[in-house]
Design a protein around this ligand. Structure first.
Ligand SMILES: Nc1nc2c(ncn2[C@@H]2O[C@H](COP(=O)(O)OP(=O)(O)O)[C@@H](O)[C@H]2O)c(=O)[nH]1
Ligand SMILES: [Mg+2]
Length: 350
């Protein structure tokens, strides 16, 4: 079984890349499974990816490279015995250290597991070309990579691309670099797929680090059941956009330069609207995906952002969601989770 680790900071395009990879591996007739790790208690990416009819497991409430190693081992063994995939793709959290994750898996002593080169994605549209602006843990992620995937090049000029290439080369002189748009695909994205067919040559031992502590990222997730019936798709979209921009405004008051990923999903009547904001200076981006009709409608929001006190983040996010739902006269109830965060391993439909 081949293990592909697709790392990269929050919002760099891991899920988008993995969705494309799944299509490609499916066309090749490969049996693929995915493990998605989310830092918050509620997962969103598992829902997004599992729509493709692929075996998906979600691990929430921490990071598989440090705090959730045991959940990772359990999930891997379970997938290998129950599904026997040819390829397993792992999406770690945006703050994980991919090399540490690979070392952990190697230490599990599993039979017949090989690795593709470790990928770390960077968001070319959000990265400052100045190394001084990068936080240490982001430098660590970049240093861990065997393939540095410079993503979202559709949003930047060729001059900016060159500056980013120079910065990444300084931080990691050995990694292979490739730039592409995971959203649009194209020739360079196909090259990434070819690179992933090779084997990892990484032999370094990772020093144990706690990625959650190092990142200074606070995370909070909330889920609301929407009990109003038959909401028009345009309303679902505009409510999603408005919730995201209200949350962005509130978080900006706490840290005007935050980076991270505020993700939202709103599933209603067979539509699955996914929205993202990846920094204080970005507008919400919305995608509309189809889904099997769920019994009930839900809004899920996961916010993981830099340098914001956790209790303030909880207040800002929950208030922004409630206010928007009330303004639109949508009836809702907040899904309460156990106050004590614990790792959850959920099984998604295949
Ligand atoms: N313009 C553009 N947007 C992208 C690209 N890849 C991802 N995105 C957007 O960036 C946001 C975060 O992407 P996602 O794959 O969820 O990031 P993750 O947090 O690393 O899994 C979403 O709104 C995506 O649609 C790209 O190549 N170009
Ligand atoms: Mg993701």
């Amino acid at each position: 079984m081949k293990c592909m680790i697709i790392g990269g900071f929050l919002g760099s395009g891991k899920t988008t890349t993995i969705r494309k990879l799944v299509e490609y591996l499916g066309k090749q007739g490969k049996k693929t499974a995915i493990i998605v790790n989310e830092i918050g208690e509620i997962g969103i990416d598992g829902d997004t990816i599992s729509r493709g009819g692929v075996e998906t497991r979600e691990i929430t409430s921490g990071c598989v490279c440090c705090t959730l190693r045991i959940s990772m081992e359990y999930t891997l063994i379970n997938l290998m015995t129950s599904y026997s995939p040819d390829t397993i793709i792992i999406e770690p959290t945006g703050i994980a250290f991919p090399r540490q994750l690979k070392s952990n898996i190697e230490n599990m002593g599993l039979n017949n597991v090989t690795f593709a080169p470790i990928v770390n994605l960077v968001d070319a549209s959000g990265l400052s070309p100045d190394a001084e602006d990068l936080q240490n843990f982001m430098k660590n992620q970049i240093e861990d990579a065997e393939i540095l995937g410079i993503n979202k090049v559709d949003l930047i000029s060729s001059e900016k691309l060159l500056e980013i290439c120079l910065l990444l080369r300084r931080l990691n002189p050995k990694a292979r670099m490739i730039h592409f748009s995971a959203r649009e695909g194209g020739e360079n994205f196909d090259k990434l797929l070819e690179m992933l067919e090779e084997a990892s040559r990484d032999k370094k031992i990772a020093d144990p680090k706690n990625s959650i502590e190092m990142s200074g990222v606070s995370a909070h997730s909330s889920e609301f059941e929407i009990t109003s019936q038959e909401i028009p798709l345009e309303t679902v979209i505009s409510v999603s956009e408005q919730i995201l921009s209200n949350i962005t405004t509130s978080i900006k008051e706490l840290n005007s330069e935050f980076i991270g990923h505020i993700k939202l999903s709103f599933s209603h009547n067979g539509n699955f609207v996914k929205g993202s904001v990846t920094s204080a200076h970005k507008n919400p981006e919305i995608e509309i995906l189809k889904k099997e009709r769920d019994a009930c409608s839900r809004v899920k929001v996961l916010s993981a952002v830099t340098s914001v006190p956790h209790d303030e983040l909880i207040k800002a996010v929950d208030l922004a969601i409630r206010r928007q739902l009330e303004d639109r006269r949508l009836s809702f109830k907040k899904m309460e989770r156990s106050a004590q965060a614990h790792a959850q391993v959920g099984i998604r439909a295949s």
